[in-house]
Design a protein around this ligand. Sequence first.
Ligand code: ATP
Length: 367
Amino acid sequence: MTSHDDSGGTYPAGRALVAAEAAGDEMTVEGALRPRTLDELIGQSRVRDQLGLVLEAARSRGRPPDHVLLAGPPGLGKTTLAMIIAAELSAPLRVTSGPAIQHAGDLAAILSSLAEGEVLFLDEIHRMSRPAEEMLYMAMEDFRVDVVVGKGPGATAIPLEIPPFTLVGATTRSGLLPGPLRDRFGFTGHLEYYEVDELDEIVRRSARLLEVQITDTGAREVASRSRGTPRIANRLLRRVRDYAQVRADGVVRQDIAQAALNLYEVDEEGLDRLDRAVLDALCRRFGGGPVGVSTLAVAVGEERETVEEVAEPFLVRRGYLARTPRGRVATPAAWRQLGLAPPTDVAFGQAPSLFDDDCGAGEGNAG
Ligand SMILES: Nc1ncnc2c1ncn2[C@@H]1O[C@H](COP(=O)(O)OP(=O)(O)OP(=O)(O)O)[C@@H](O)[C@H]1O
């Protein structure tokens, strides 16, 4: 069984979704769990209200809305919102990402093939190449690009009209976007981490779609360990469901959720193996910092981006880690989390930096 997706595609529902789940098709499952309209979206009430107004005004004018920038940590719903924007406008959606656009020509090819009113979703927009970015400025403002033909002194720029479209850019690092690009978005939605109550609702909705039996306390347990992130909530739900099926009667009760999440090393606060490894390296190996994020990433055997975009925002939010101009610093709470006494001889954040390798651009996003 399939249901129609407002952007023209189909998505599995009911038994078909359960079958995709059973086949381990995570992308299909994740896609099918996405809310399809602003009304279906749980949480993010501020962005929902603001965006709702932008879209309604555009609809009443019969014109594409201003370009939209969605900023926030991974897994909070940027892709979901881009799909909702297209669906609410009854417009087709084209999906691409910054890393896929390395040359201005790549972007010109996409832009010139857009239909009037189409929504172009550009994920990880901060990772686009500079020449493509410059081409995008003109496209966003004037719905026109200059395609350069030839090289050297003989090169000529051929102006190319493009139909009015709406760009939806998504970024986990809005601080890295150049001012001229940021200024060309008429609306910026800052996605916030979700409250436990909202995640609770998301978990119960996903459980319904996946035909997982879950008790209220079971859902609460999953929600409270999901570190404010719907993608994590959905993932943990699938893991506790596995556990409930294999080790119990299939019903996700609180004790089952606790046992499963303990097995997967997700603690009561939602800290996982990577979070603990970061805190452990920071406190035990680097004396609480300050230490550069690249050094920290090497110490835990992860990519810098993963530490910076996945672990850090949550640790900062929980008050375990601070980003200072001199590097990352463990707070007294971090030491206590690891069962260690915070050092008393060094004022918080004032120690000389051990490895000031990367306190430049990336630090601009602190907080
Ligand atoms: N408000 C919400 N209500 C219900 N489910 C949500 C919500 N936001 C996100 N989700 C779920 O979380 C998953 C991740 O969302 P999405 O892919 O939109 O995040 P993202 O911010 O684009 O992440 P990334 O930046 O990593 O691409 C989706 O499968 C979707 O089902």
